[in-house]
Ligand binder design. Structure first.
Ligand code: FPP
Length: 265
């Protein structure tokens, strides 16, 4: 194709794409296997409505429900949501307590939906720090959904990447100390195998809402080659359409993993 023809073709494709919704533009053979999301902006959204922060978190749960169903429907294998970081324990006690109670209510309410949609629940993070009721609800839901074969919904709870890397370093050091491993044998696989995400593929796409351009101690090792998508939209108002947009945007990127363009084409 000569240059002029190619440019006309590109304009034609763009015109067609503009007439389609983002969902219709998603290429089924390039669906990301694993999407991770930093759900941010609940507090700011609530403040804009003149409401307390918990109002934003409750609305945020509605978004979790919608986006999880959308991900399951698209055939995404893993969806990891950053629900509560290690640093979030430092928030005012009333907010932490209310969030923990909200998690209990949400799991109780949503378990039938997970079963109906064949979704398996998992958590990453130090869930031993959770209040007993929250801990037990999650453990029960993980067991109940364990045999589901569709989307794996991973909730990061009391999670931070530095905490996770410290755990991994300690376990590896102990293995060396007990002569179960040689220092020379430590490689990328060793580290990956000692992280809480050991059975999952690394995220292909990271989405962060609310306009903040940070990773905030989330999956620092696993995001090494993830495509990043930032949106100003606050989590309670994040729509399925914006989610599909993030996937379409990801599918238009060239993932080179350090190689040249020519090598990956
Ligand atoms: C970030 O907004 C949000 C959180 C720290 C909590 C998110 C938790 C939920 C939506 C509940 C999730 C439930 C399940 C079952 C996964 P922010 O409070 O930091 O907002 P701000 O930056 O505007 O203050």
């Amino acid at each position: 194709m000569n240059l002029e023809k190619e440019q006309r073709y590109v304009r034609f494709v763009e015109m067609i794409e503009n007439l389609m919704g983002y969902k219709e533009q998603i290429l089924q053979d390039r669906i990301p296997r694993h999407i991770a999301i930093i759900m941010d902006g609940n507090g700011r959204w609530a403040k804009r409505q003149g409401m307390a922060r918990m109002f934003g978190h409750r609305q945020g749960v509605e978004t979790v429900h919608r986006i999880t169903e959308a991900a399951a429907e698209l055939g995404i294998e893993y969806l990891t949501l950053y629900a509560f970081s290690t640093e979030n324990w430092n928030r005012p006690k009333e907010e932490v307590d209310a969030l923990m109670a909200l998690l209990v209510d949400t799991i109780a309410k949503e378990t039938p939906t997970l079963m109906k949609n064949n979704i398996r629940l998992q958590t990453i993070g130090d869930i031993s720090r959770l209040p007993q009721a929250t801990h037990d609800k999650f453990v029960a839901c993980i067991e109940q959904t364990n045999q589901n074969t569709g989307l794996t919904l991973v909730i990061a709870l009391s999670y931070s990447a530095r905490w996770e890397l410290i755990q991994a370093a300690r376990q590896i050091a102990q293995a060396v100390q007990h002569s179960k491993m040689l220092v020379e044998d430590i490689n990328e696989e060793t580290i990956s195998a000692h992280l809480t995400t050991r059975d999952m593929p690394d995220p292909d796409l990271l989405i962060r809402t609310s306009g903040e351009l940070r990773i905030s101690n989330f999956l620092l090792w696993q995001l090494a080659y993830a495509e990043l998508y930032f949106t100003d939209c606050l989590w309670p108002e994040f729509t399925e359409e914006e989610f599909y947009h993030a996937i379409v945007d990801y599918q238009h990127r060239e993932r080179r993993f350090g190689k040249t363009s020519e090598q990956v084409r």
